[in-house]
Design a protein around this ligand. Structure first.
Ligand code: GDP
Length: 483
């Protein structure tokens, strides 16, 4: 993965133009600096009669799967049941934070934790000798974002609804996100200690949203709880364990650890700190770790009670010190065999990220062009002109070419009558800083989207003077600087 058109061409002894032509003929628009996608690589392999193996060097490393009994091709002899990871979501003020704190404090023997009153983002409790890990996600949007990036940390979702307030707009959003995750959902009807609490109202409103209570013939569990008195919390935990059992969550405690980063920060005197949940294996002090573009060796581990520990096991959560930089939330921390391996992977990833950033930034907007021109970095403004009729095309082309002076000039790469198409984007992408000017023509939605993705700027006008003025302004950036 992550190979550019020209790199690919070089690797198989072709010219970039040949590669571009093949893809172009199939309607795929690329420029020589673009990264090839998997399907494009496959097509090219076929076309040139060479074998192309698409392999993400980091794929196995990043793979974090759920393992179930009976999965084929997996030696599951060392697999054990792992504790479920639970996320609580709900409308603001319905008691998410209070509930998380109450569950924790009701389960921790006094004295065990240092600052129990302080809210923490993840912890593990025990019920009937079985563990449950709770995670406080910053919001349902973040929850789904992590999921879409492949860092699905949650096994079970709890939707909290205040029984005195009922279903609110945010509750509905949460339902949508929770459903999309495919996780089992439990409804916690909170604040049942209040006189105004109305459990039947909540059930009816939720049933309307497709979440019918079990006692109404549906299949969603509704548990009444109070984060204030603690009532119902044992019920809720029991229910979580029942759901977890059905999920048959398995993982391998003997494997090299994989963990999801759920929080990160830079702390004075400690350096980069990552709060993690172990998804597979066991994380130990001394392990060589890589986490997206950061790497290091585990120097210290703190468990969810703030105690220094030597290791974290399956579904356990805590903080890790030892990374060279602050990792991005939602990324996966993986243990490697050697520190060299960890460093190499992190460095390669960082280089790729930088290269991708650069390949984008070579294509700029009219305003940015003006800045580059002002700095004397660019001596010409390449443009593509598309218009509705021939008359305006000639007029615009003539006017733009007249603006040019000795220092800077407009370079018309292509001028034609017709709509702005993908092939215009390809052309623009091939010429650094090229801008597409449309007069009485507009790009279609898909061209617009592709332009955005490619970083090609399209400006459309319905008054010729506006078009000319914009270009003049861009060029004058340089003209004034030269004088
Ligand atoms: P969040 O925004 O969902 O995290 O809600 P909070 O946990 O901050 O709670 C919002 C308010 O409701 C606070 O004033 C809590 O004290 C109160 N609250 C939360 N749970 C309960 C409960 O079970 N009973 C009562 N009476 N009040 C609660």
């Amino acid at each position: 993965e992550d190979i550019r058109v020209y790199e690919f061409a070089e690797a198989c002894g072709k010219s970039p133009a040949e590669v571009i032509t093949v893809l172009f003929s199939l309607g795929m628009m690329v420029t020589k600096n673009d990264f090839l996608k998997q399907d494009e690589l496959e097509i090219l392999g076929e076309e040139f009669g060479i074998e192309v193996t698409v392999r993400d060097a980091l794929e196995d490393v990043n793979y974090v799967g759920d393992y179930h009994d009976g999965d084929e091709d997996i030696d599951d002899s060392s697999f054990v049941t792992r504790p479920p990871v639970v996320t609580i979501m709900g409308h603001v003020d319905h008691g998410k934070t209070s509930l998380l704190d109450k569950i924790r404090s009701s389960k921790i023997a006094s004295g065990e934790a240092g600052g129990i009153t302080q809210h923490i983002s993840s912890y593990t409790v025990e019920k009937n000798g079985q563990k449950i890990t709770f995670v406080d996600t910053p919001g349902h949007a973040a929850f789904s974002a992590m999921r879409s990036r492949g860092t699905a940390i949650t096994d079970i979702v709890i939707i909290v609804v205040a029984a005195d307030d009922g279903v609110k707009p945010q509750t509905e959003e949460v339902i949508a996100h929770a459903k999309a995750s495919g996780c089992p959902i439990i409804i916690a009807m909170n604040k049942i200690d209040k006189e105004t609490a109305n459990i039947d109202m909540v059930k009816a409103q939720m049933a309307e949203k497709g979440m019918t209570p079990v006692d109404w013939g549906g299949n969603t569990e509704f548990i009444g709880v109070s984060a204030k008195s603690g009532e119902g919390i044992e019920d809720l935990l029991e229910n979580i364990l029942i759901q977890a059992e059905l999920l048959e969550l398995k993982a391998d405690p003997t494997a090299k650890a994989k963990a999801a980063v759920i929080e990160s920060s830079l702390e004075k005197g400690r350096g980069p700190v990552a709060t993690i949940i172990v998804q597979n294996g066991t994380l130990r002090i001394g392990d060589n770790i890589v986490c997206d573009t950061t790497f290091g060796r585990v120097k210290a581990i703190t468990d969810d009670n703030g105690n220094a520990v030597k290791e974290l096991g399956l579904s356990e959560t805590g903080t890790v010190l030892g990374l060279n930089d602050v990792p991005t939330t939602g990324t996966v921390m993986v243990v490697m065999d050697s520190d060299k391996e960890a460093r190499d992977i992190a460095t390669t990833r960082a280089e790729h990220a930088r290269a991708k950033e650069l390949s984008k930034s070579t294509k700029v907007s009219l305003e940015e062009m003006s800045g580059l021109i002002a700095e004397g970095k660019i001596k010409q403004l390449p443009v593509i002109i598309k218009t509705d009729v021939g008359g305006s095309l000639e007029a615009i082309k003539g006017s733009l070419e007249k603006i040019a002076n000795d220092e800077v000039k407009v370079k018309v790469i292509h001028a034609a009558v017709g709509g702005i198409t993908e092939s215009d984007l390809v052309l623009a992408g091939a010429s650094e800083g090229c801008i597409i000017l449309g007069f009485n023509v507009r790009p279609t939605g898909s061209v617009k989207a592709k332009a955005k993705a490619d970083g090609v700027s399209i400006n459309t006008y319905s008054i010729i003077y506006d078009l000319i003025d914009d270009v003049k302004d861009a060029l004058s950036g340089m003209m004034s600087a030269v004088i």
